[in-house]
Design a binder for this molecule. Structure first.
Ligand SMILES: *Cc1c(COP(=O)(O)O)cnc(C)c1O
Length: 395
């Protein structure tokens, strides 16, 4: 059996999106900024994609800015709000320690420019308490940015509640919704967010394209300077094929999102139940307030990397921590933030999927993981010491 269970890293492309892109590449080669009819035909496709993307998240099409992906949208959102705040003497930003590196590294950069950053701790279930976010607000706060759903442990944050707190105080609120859009219902107006990032390749669209949603609260600062594309806020000839492909994938993903989320969550419960039978294992993140297609476990006494390689040999593509951190020896900053000790954080497994996964595939994931964990423990000196009582079990 072959199972791709790494949807949080990237997804395979939807057939509809591929077809939409091929059509653009073959037929619509004009530059949307050109005045002739070939250019204007491209401009029409661009506008339609903007309208479709806006509709999918409950925005106005004038609030949609196409970017090169989730990372760029995150960078631009944070930099814009920070610089706008600075104009009014505000230099404080609130976030969480479990954000994606596109947020955390941008915050590091802003710190070097003199901004103060408060990272509000998350609870051991991987969810931030909105009251603690509220308590961190000062009269210098220029921005609050909290991710919608975590890319490693899938936990869904109380975005609507935090947005209400920020709105009451007139503080701009941004959410990195890259893992959420297309997987759970996301409506910017219902949520009350001012800025939101999304990325096409996380919902079966092409890679290298994303969106920054921004209402009027924060004037955008350019991250890329040049031409007047994207209403003067993001220069560069539009990647029309990718933009149209993203819009097609998004339309498809949100069409039955509540239904597909329910179906996927059923499989998630099945998987969590099966993996929980492994002794000295623990689910990372809340069991229910998490993405429908995310399961993340720690197994005591083993190494995540060996686990991944052996699962790969059984046809299973999984992940341990985020793609950006794998390859380094540092344990996941998310697992550390929810209180997992280093030695346990190293033995983590992330399985991410969508509604297409079958019951049989989930059974195969459970059985293969059980077998591999058992094998790795049989050759693990750490497990041996744990078994003999020379080391204490943490989970
Ligand atoms: C993937 C991801 C990003 C980065 O998006 P790219 O389009 O790959 O740049 C940002 N935030 C989260 C939560 C992600 O999962």
């Amino acid at each position: 059996m072959k199972i791709y269970a790494d949807y949080a890293a990237t997804t395979p492309m939807s057939e509809t999106a591929i077809k939409a892109m091929i059509n653009i590449m073959q037929e619509v080669y004009g530059n949307p900024s050109s005045l002739h009819s070939i250019g204007q035909k491209a401009a029409e496709y661009l506008l339609q994609a903007r309208i479709d993307v806006a509709e999918a998240i409950g925005a106005d099409f004038k609030e949609i800015y196409f970017t090169s992906g989730g990372s760029e949208a995150d960078n631009q959102a944070l930099i814009s709000a920070a610089y706008f705040g600075r104009l009014k003497g505000k230099n404080h930003i609130i976030s969480t320690p479990i954000e994606h590196h596109a947020i955390l590294h941008t915050l590091d950069k802003l710190k070097k420019e003199g901004f103060d950053v408060t990272l509000v701790d998350v609870e051991s279930n991987g969810i931030v308490d909105a009251k603690k976010v509220e308590a961190a607000i000062t009269d210098k706060t220029a921005l609050v940015t909290v991710m919608f759903a975590n890319n490693e442990i899938g936990t869904i944050q109380p975005i609507k509640e935090i947005a209400a707190i920020c709105n009451e105080r007139g503080i701009p609120f941004h959410t990195d919704a890259v893992q959420a859009v297309g997987h759970v219902p996301v409506n910017v107006k219902e949520l009350g967010v001012d800025m939101l990032s999304l990325s096409s390749h996380k919902f079966k669209g092409p890679k290298g394209v994303g969106v920054l949603y921004a209402n009027k609260k924060v004037p955008l600062t350019n991250v890329i300077e040049g031409g007047a594309q994207e209403r003067g806020k993001r220069a560069g000839t539009e990647n029309l094929a990718a933009i149209v492909g993203m819009a097609a994938a998004l339309k498809e993903a949100v069409a039955n999102v509540e239904e597909t989320a329910k179906k996927t969550a059923q499989r998630r419960r099945q998987l969590i139940e099966g993996l929980s039978q492994i002794e000295h294992s623990a689910l990372n993140g809340d069991a229910e307030q998490r993405l429908p297609g995310n399961v993340n476990f720690c197994f005591e006494g083993i190494e995540g990397e060996s686990l991944l390689l052996l699962l790969d040999s059984k046809g299973i593509a999984a992940s341990s921590g985020s793609a950006c951190t794998s390859g380094s020896l540092d344990p996941s900053h998310v697992l550390l933030a929810i209180g997992r000790p280093h030695e346990v954080a190293h033995g983590s497994l992330r399985l991410t999927f969508n509604e297409e996964i079958t019951e049989e595939e989930v059974e195969y994931l459970i059985q293969s993981t059980k077998d591999v964990v058992e094998y790795l423990r049989s050759i693990s000196p750490v497990w041996d010491e744990l078994q003999r009582g020379e080391l204490e079990y943490v989970i």
